[in-house]
Design a protein around this ligand. Structure first.
Ligand SMILES: Cc1ncc(COP(=O)(O)O)c(C=O)c1O
Length: 372
């Protein structure tokens, strides 16, 4: 299997794991960082981790963790299968759906692993386009038009990486119902749920013909837990998912499950911190985008932690991203998402004053870059 290079992760790893790491990280798609100490200091229980047996955990995840996830999403905990990040959730579902000649319908642009992992399992990809001219809307009509007689799964991602666009529950419901008539399940990737900059829609996890994948990396800002899930109401399919998980990973670490369970009990604190940072920074980013509107255009995100502006003159953003990184500010080049004139700007990791400083360097570098 010839996996394509994961350009996004190459770019991130080069700067985020450098010594010292990049000063201003606007490339990450996560939220403000938490240490284990900060997490454990939430609440008063004492022996949360000391008593954990360092053995295997149940393949579907501990019942305590599934209870918390079920409560978070408003679904029966029995519907929840824990996975190693949404990454494993995706892989499990693609593996189980794979059949010769089959394909999966995916958004374009998208998180690069969707297509790479579909191909790994022998599935082709058919795309629906999220046009910037249409505010990156994901419409049921476009998804259905991309599906054909060989489609085994369709996937939407809301809030969406890299654009920050959201799909309304009505639209998602319409799509799920229409796909049900074709016997095609809909995966809703909700890793950024419930981070919205307007009304907060419910999770799609209760909709029929929907499998939700989610995680603790994005909205809960705990990517290092490597904790994700699949929510599936269908008990027969769930058995297969749990078996697949046993084969793939056996189980999560019970230590990390215990920490994840604890963190989810305090989810309102974690979510509130992310919401506050993201809202404040998005307001600053909006002002910045007005100041540089002669050079860059954008669609303001409606949810999530990233925006996907583009150069009005259509130039490749990579040389600019490299020049900017040399000045200590990291954004992700659009070619990581097969859209070279774009760049992905993460606005939820840095504190307000640091974010403002990063934007000021970004603006100065933009003007310099265009003069060259
Ligand atoms: C849309 C989307 N889905 C899934 C993932 C996988 O995340 P994780 O494995 O950390 O849960 C990512 C990570 O960036 C993502 O952006």
């Amino acid at each position: 299997m010839d996996l394509p290079p994961f350009l996004l992760d190459h770019w991130l790893a080069k700067y985020q794991f450098a010594s010292p790491p990049i000063a201003f990280d606007l490339a990450a798609s996560t939220g403000p960082k938490w240490t284990v100490g900060e997490l454990l200091s939430l609440g008063t229980e004492t022996s949360r981790l000391d008593d954990v047996t360092v053995s295997y955990a149940p393949a579907e995840g501990s019942s305590a963790l599934r209870e918390e996830i079920g409560e978070f999403l408003g679904v029966d905990p029995d519907w929840v299968v824990v996975t190693t990040g949404a990454s494993e959730a995706l892989s499990v579902l693609l593996c189980l759906a794979a059949r010769p000649g089959g394909n999966v319908v995916l958004p374009s642009p998208a998180f690069p692993a969707f297509e790479a992992m579909a191909n790994v399992w022998g599935l082709g990809a058919r795309h629906y386009n999220m046009a910037r001219e249409g505010n990156y809307r994901q419409s049921a009509r476009d998804v259905l038009a991309a599906a054909d007689g060989e489609t085994v799964l369709a996937l939407v991602n809301t809030p969406h990486n890299p654009t920050g666009a959201i799909m309304s529950p009505d639209e998602t419901g319409t799509l799920a119902a229409a796909l049900a008539e074709r016997r095609v399940p809909l995966i809703v990737d909700e890793v950024y749920h419930p981070l919205y900059f307007g009304a907060r829609p419910p999770s799609a996890a209760s909709m029929s013909n929907v499998l939700v994948i989610g995680d603790m990396s994005k909205a809960l800002s705990l990517a290092g837990l490597r904790m994700g899930w699949i929510v599936d109401a269908d008990p027969e399919r769930r058995k297969k998912i749990i078996d697949a998980r046993s084969y793939f990973t056996i189980s999560s670490s019970p230590v990390l499950e215990a920490l994840a369970t604890h963190a989810l009990r305090y989810r309102e604190t974690l979510l509130a911190r992310l919401q506050a940072v993201a809202e404040e920074n998005l307001a600053a980013l909006s002002e910045h985008m007005e100041r540089v509107a002669d050079i860059l255009a954008w669609v303001k995100p409606a949810g999530g932690t990233v925006a996907f502006p583009w150069f009005r003159d259509g130039r490749d953003s990579r040389p600019f991203c490299e020049a900017l990184a040399a000045k200590g500010v990291l954004v992700a080049p659009g070619d990581c998402f097969a859209m070279p004139d774009h760049m992905r700007v993460g606005f939820a990791v840095l504190k307000g004053d640091q974010f403002a400083e990063a934007l000021s360097i970004l603006e100065g570098t933009l003007r310099e870059h265009l003069r060259e």
